[in-house]
Design a protein around this ligand. Structure first.
Ligand code: SAM
Length: 283
C-alpha cells in the first residue's frame, strides 16, 4: 500500500495530464470506471478532470479492501477539495470486486470511459479480461488500458560500487520474474501479440496508443530516494535469486542505511519511466 501511495505521489503530475486528455472527448456528466484502482492516484486525477468540465461519476473497482478504502478516501477528498463555483460535483462510488471472476458490466454497469492501469497483467486470462472491460464500455465510449512502456530507471550507470550497468541487469531479471509470475498464475493463459491487437480483437475501433513520461531528474527530492529504496527492495525480493552474487552484494549495500552508498541518501538517484496507454473506441 505505502509503495503504491509513494508511486501515486510521484506520478500525480503526469497522470493529471493523461486524465484531462482522456475525459476531453466524453459527453456531459459521464461515468468513468477505474478498474484495479490501487491507492487511487489516477482516481484522484480523473475526479479532478471531471470536476473541471461539469462533473460526473467515478466508479472505483478493486479486489483489495484496504486499497479500495484508501482510493475512496483520496478520490472523495479530491471531489470536495475545491467546492467553489468553478468546479462541479463528482460522485465517487467504490465497488469491491474481483474482476478475474466477476464481469465489470454486471457489477457496475456501463461507462463512457473505462481506465485500467497495470491490473490486467495480474489476471489469468488477459484477453478475456480485455473482453470483460470492453463489455463495460458504453456504445461510443472508450477503453484506456495502461500496460507496459519502459521499465523505470533510477540508478546512475556507474554507482562507484560493484560492476557498472546494474540497472540493466535488474531490468533483465525483472523480465524473467515477470515470465515466471505469469507461468505461476493459476489458470494463466498466454497473451500472444500486443495490447493493440487484443483491443481490436475485442471489438474496439480507432485503436491507438500514447506514452507518458514520469520524469524526476537528479538531484532527487527525498520522495524519489524513498521510492528508489522501496523499488530496489522489491527487485531484490522478487528477482534477487536471478542476479549474479556480485550484483546481489551491491544491492544489499545500496539498501543498507549504514553503508556509505545507501540509496536513501544519494544525490544521483532519479526516476525516469514511460507508461503506455492503449486506447480504443466502442462503435
Ligand atoms: C499494480 S496495482 C495498479 C494500481 C493502479 N491502477 C496503478 O496503476 O497505479 C494492481 C491493482 O489491481 C488490483 N487487482 C489485482 N487483481 C485484481 C482483480 N482480480 N480484481 C480487481 N482488482 C484486482 C490490486 O488490488 C491493485 O490495486
Amino acid at each position: 500500500m505505502s509503495f503504491l501511495r509513494q508511486a501515486d505521489e510521484l506520478d500525480a503530475e503526469a497522470r493529471r495530464v493523461v486524465a484531462r486528455r482522456l475525459v476531453r472527448e466524453l459527453p456531459d456528466q459521464p461515468t468513468v470506471l477505474d478498474v484495479g484502482c490501487g491507492a487511487g492516484g489516477m482516481s484522484v486525477a480523473l475526479v479532478e478532470a471531471l470536476s473541471a468540465r461539469g462533473g460526473g461519476t467515478v466508479v472505483l473497482v478493486d479486489a483489495t479492501p484496504e486499497l479500495l478504502d484508501a482510493a475512496t478516501t483520496a478520490a472523495r477528498s479530491a471531489a470536495n477539495y475545491e467546492a467553489d463555483t468553478t468546479t462541479a460535483t463528482v460522485r465517487v462510488r467504490p465497488v469491491l470486486a474481483d474482476v478475474a471472476t466477476e464481469r465489470p458490466v454486471e457489477i457496475v454497469g456501463a461507462a463512457q470511459l473505462v481506465w485500467a492501469s497495470n491490473v490486467v497483467h495480474h489476471l489469468p486470462d488477459q484477453r478475456a479480461a480485455v473482453v470483460g472491460l470492453v463489455e463495460a464500455v458504453a456504445s461510443g465510449g472508450w477503453l484506456a488500458l495502461a500496460e507496459g512502456g519502459l521499465s523505470g530507471k533510477f540508478l546512475p550507470f556507474d554507482l562507484g560500487i560493484g560492476e557498472p550497468g546494474l540497472q540493466d541487469r535488474l531490468a533483465a531479471a525483472r523480465a524473467q520474474w515477470f515470465v515466471r509470475m505469469r507461468e505461476n498464475t493459476a489458470g494463466s493463459v498466454r497473451l500472444a501479440g500486443g495490447w493493440n491487437l487484443a483491443l481490436s480483437e475485442a471489438g474496439l475501433v480507432d485503436v491507438t496508443a500514447f506514452s507518458y513520461l514520469v520524469d524526476h531528474p537528479a538531484p532527487p527530492k527525498q520522495a524519489v530516494r524513498d521510492w528508489a529504496v522501496n523499488q530496489l527492495r522489491w527487485y531484490e525480493e522478487v528477482a534477487g535469486d536471478l542476479l549474479h552474487p556480485a550484483d546481489r552484494r551491491t544491492v544489499r549495500r545500496l539498501l543498507d542505511p549504514q553503508d556509505s552508498s545507501f540509496l536513501g541518501l544519494r544525490d544521483d538517484v532519479f526516476l525516469l519511466t514511460a507508461n503506455t496507454v492503449y486506447l480504443g473506441r466502442k462503435p
